[in-house]
Design a protein around this ligand. Sequence first.
Ligand SMILES: C[S@@+](CC[C@H](N)C(=O)[O-])C[C@H]1O[C@@H](n2cnc3c(N)ncnc32)[C@H](O)[C@@H]1O
Length: 299
Amino acid sequence: MFDSYNYNPFLIAQYIRAFGNEETAKLLAANEKTLPRAIRINTLLTDVGSCVKRLEEKGFVFSKVKWCSEGYIVKKEPFSIGATPEHLLGYYFVQDPSSMVPAIELSPAENETVLDMAAAPGGKTTHLAQIMGNHGTIVAVDINKEKMRALRSNIQRCGVENVLTLRMKANELTSLGIRFDKILLDAPCTGEGTIRKNPERRKTIDEKEVDEYSAKQQEMLKIAGLVIKPGGILVYSTCSLLPQEDEQQVKYAVEKLGFELLGLKNKFCAPGINLKQCGRFYPHIHDTQGFFIAKLKKT
Ligand SMILES: C[S@@+](CC[C@H](N)C(=O)[O-])C[C@H]1O[C@@H](n2cnc3c(N)ncnc32)[C@H](O)[C@@H]1O
């Protein structure tokens, strides 16, 4: 039925099981459309009004992201939004609107100690720092050497001053002996939700890869459970719409790791599958990448 889209049949079967035929048809059609770019204005270095004005004077046209007051969708892009002096100056971060949600949901306070467990290249670390007004402490961890360079460069570009970067495997975090008030686990995933940006992934994502990532996600959730303070908040997110990487991981955290699932502040996301308090962003509903988010409290 969906052969003309040329996906791995495994993925199509997963979609039909999770969403049904009608929604799958809408999702596949939306994945054919170019993903609009968006920016999050960095209030550590500028203010929203003057940054938007500077960019509009260069010919950019924006609409607002409904759920993030610093978020703007690029409606007209006379040249690459990543190639302006304002970008170099750190006045904004190019970021999908769905990716603006995790830091807002985690909502770290200025005196808190926050862990970003899979941080590079830093889209969400820089957002956390912005919300914290450069106060408190963020420990930003990633395993990948090249991506760590990008993380450090983004931190510097965006004027972020409250981040300690560590290149290490998050699985070894217990050795630091730190307990965190809040944790963001923007987990490594298949990236199935990024097919609009990476069309070749429709063919290459297979069952084995999903199994491998879900085992990794489970491992990282276990570590989050060990290094979070009692009563601490964990936000878990992926850019995948596959329930095995999403609700199934949340269910594991609730049933095996002593987390309680909380509702989200965001009123625009679609509910999770079976776990209604989780949030989902769909290309055909929100015109974003595919994205999943859940907020949990350690009991
Ligand atoms: C979805 S990306 C993170 C994107 C990032 N949060 C952002 O907003 O820019 C997932 C990251 O997990 C990292 N990663 C994979 N396995 C890891 C591990 N065991 N420990 C720490 N980081 C890991 C990858 O290198 C990758 O950068």
